[in-house]
Write a protein that binds this ligand. Sequence first.
Ligand code: GLA
Length: 392
Amino acid sequence: MSIQQLKETFISKFGESHHPERVFNAPGRVNLIGEHIDYNGGYVLPAALEFGTTLIIRERDDDKIHFVSGNISFEATLDLDDIGKEKTGEWVDYPIGVLVELSKIGCKLTKGYDLYFYGEIPNGAGLSSSASLEVVTAYAILTLEGKETDTVEIARLSQRAENQYVGVNSGIMDQFAVANGKQDHAILLMCDTLEYKHVPFRTGSYKLVIGNTNKRRGLVDSAYNERRHQCEVALDILKQEIPSLEYLAHLKPEQFETLQTHIQDETVRRRAQHVIEENQRVLDSVEALSKNDLETFGQFMNQSHDSLRDLYEVSCTELDVMVEEAQKIPGTLGARMTGAGFGGCTVSLVHEDSVEQFVQQVGDHYKARTGIEGEFYVCGVGDGVKELKEEI
Ligand code: GLA
């Protein structure tokens, strides 16, 4: 959908006005490596996608706020005074949660707005459609209210909106990637301090291929919370040995090697092992990428998937089948599940000459083995949230 078409839909919905329409966009994200690490205080390596959520927004002369989603056909109207009074359990809770958090940091709306969202990220696919929606709302409102748009602060307040208003206990990675992405760069984020660095992600003749299993992420909330809890249990045990240990991911694999016997529960021990080794894999991946060693990076991707399947147990048959089929293609350097797990997407690094074969063969075999039609997106790395001025 072009910006022009979206603007036409906006005008047909809300009519003409003497206020200008402004257009903003926030991407989705793919996590390259470092899964289930953000809430354990370690390193993650996500990247912003080239597609996301577009928001057309315009000031009103009254104190009404209209939310319309073009892609999920949802509409809601509120008085400014009613913002945050009642949770609806609907899509609109995401932007409203952001408005609630904005008012807590001194950005209470001074006027009404019309907001038209158009999301291109498939919902529930683990590509952060919700983070994209939150971040674009926060960035646009701060801009129109004449406030500073600090993208680290925007990531934090969007995460608070999701945790506290929507009620999903996610970490900071998704909102951070969506707010701070940079074209052709991955983001190395240290999740405890939020220090970050853009790492050049030059893949030359290799392409990122995202595979959507089209398996809705069942169980994800309860299993996610259970994993978080198991990590806290592991941390508490290890703290008895190293009282200064603040986060599980701060432990080095060598330290864990000697300390792991203190964790009696086998499941909790395996969860901790994943976190500590995955964190190290992120650092090793960044080193490999800095040398343009995509083969080694691909191997880390494969190891990451094995660990998420066997130690952290957040994969599922559909993700495993798609990854297995992806790894069989000769031009594939690495493949893994990405995001929270239990469905959603895989990410693979595939030679451009093999992409066609990849899409065909992985798609066919995946369908034959699971009965589900997968979808594939060959995708570059885009920018984080921004106002689109030039395109209009
Ligand atoms: C979801 C959460 C993130 C992160 C990933 C797993 O995407 O929103 O905060 O924990 O799962 O890496």
